[in-house]
Design a protein around this ligand. Structure first.
Ligand code: MRU
Length: 363
């Protein structure tokens, strides 16, 4: 998508330098810093420290990490070593393991002398596929928004609420939850997006920055405002992303998503999840008991980062000295709260049958 009129993906290969470049997202929306990821430690840090973040982007980054590992040492042992080294960087987003498994399966039968090039080609393929998947999620989600717009009796916009950042920064391009929004806006449909700030890391600020850059009307709100807005008829639909969805349709996403789904259910607001197929964990049935929830550093809770009036980016302490803090980063929304899963193939029911019909090759 565009930043100041120039098209960017969230990562790209610098052909001249032969290195991956990323946007270091820790400084957005205030400062767009670009970083080269040149060592295996750089790759681990980029994922663990959330310089890159969002399930699909983590997966694509890991594929480039595997390409670097193969350029350094294309042995079977090093495939396993790189797999384990990268896989432990973040536990919840399944796209990380999906990408590493795909790289391993692809590389094992290939001669060592050809593995470096094969791994790089595969990383490019995974990145390009992600863009195409998200574009199709946008086309499928657009139809839902079009229907809501057609049923409006006033010239009010279709009001969409989103949580966290499932935007282009969380993927290679388009985003998942944002792709229907970008498509609807580009199709001339009058939409407005309520953007949850999403404490503790305020990924909503990234979503707001993306929507602002694309000219999509939006309002930045506290995480606690959504239920109130729904009670007053100010939300027509919710669209969120996902870090891992079970084969039965339970949705794991950024902490707070579950509370939005509960409020949506109580107010008869449709709650949709934008779901790229690499985010489905076909090995898991019960999201609440089986998906590992990342527990992040409590500094993210006790402190908050922002831009000062003088323009510097600083972190300040919010909580009292000595108060213990806790920081579960994700929660699980059970399938019965989900109206539909917007996939690249179409909109599926959040159920084992719905997903099996949509993706029969994985059964
Ligand atoms: O901790 P993050 O910022 O990586 O969490 C991101 C999310 O929860 C997104 O909603 C999810 O990955 C979907 S991104 C298309």
């Amino acid at each position: 998508m565009k930043v100041d009129g120039k098209h960017f993906r969230s990562l790209w290969w610098n052909h001249d330098a032969g290195v991956l470049e990323i946007i270091d997202q820790r400084w957005l929306p205030h400062d767009m810093r670009i970083q080269q990821v040149g060592t295996m430690q750089d790759f681990a840090n980029a994922i663990r420290e959330m310089r890159v973040r969002g399930a699909p982007l983590i997966g694509a980054t890991a594929a480039y990490g595997m390409a670097l590992a193969m350029a350094e040492n294309p042995s079977n042992d090093n495939i396993e070593k790189a797999w384990a080294f990268l896989e432990e960087t973040r536990p919840t987003a399944i796209n990380l393991r999906w990408a590493l498994d795909r790289c391993r399966l692809h590389l094992q039968p290939i001669n060592e002398s050809e593995r470096a090039q094969a791994a790089l080609t595969l990383a490019h393929e995974i990145a390009d596929e992600d863009v195409e998947i998200n574009r199709n999620i946008g086309i499928n989600g657009l139809e839902i928004i079009r229907d809501l717009a057609a049923n409006k009796t006033t010239d009010e916009p279709v009001n969409i609420l989103t949580h966290c950042n499932a935007g282009w920064l969380a993927t290679v391009d388009w985003g998942t939850a944002t792709s229907p929004m970008f498509h609807a806006h580009d199709a001339g449909i009058n939409i407005h997006v309520w953007v949850d700030e999403t404490r503790p890391r305020n990924q909503g600020a990234l979503t707001a920055w993306e929507l602002l850059s694309h000219g999509v009307p939006h309002t930045y709100i506290t995480d606690n405002a959504g239920g109130h807005l729904m009670q007053h008829g100010m939300v027509d639909m919710v669209i969120v992303g996902t870090d891992r969805t079970t084969r039965t349709g339970d949705v794991c996403n950024k902490i707070g998503t579950y509370l939005k789904a509960l409020a949506a259910k109580d107010n008869n607001v449709p709650f949709y999840v934008a779901l790229p197929s690499p985010t489905i964990d076909w090995t898991v049935s019960d999201g609440i008991t089986e998906i590992p929830i990342e527990q992040r550093n409590v500094d993210e809770i006790t402190h908050i980062q922002g831009k000062t009036n003088s323009g510097t980016i600083e972190s300040v302490q919010v909580s009292p000295d000595g108060s213990p803090a806790g920081n579960p980063a994700f929660d699980v929304t059970p399938k019965h709260l989900v109206t539909g899963l917007i996939t690249e193939r179409g909109v599926s029911a959040a159920s084992a049958e719905g997903l099996a019909d949509m993706f029969p090759e994985f059964q």
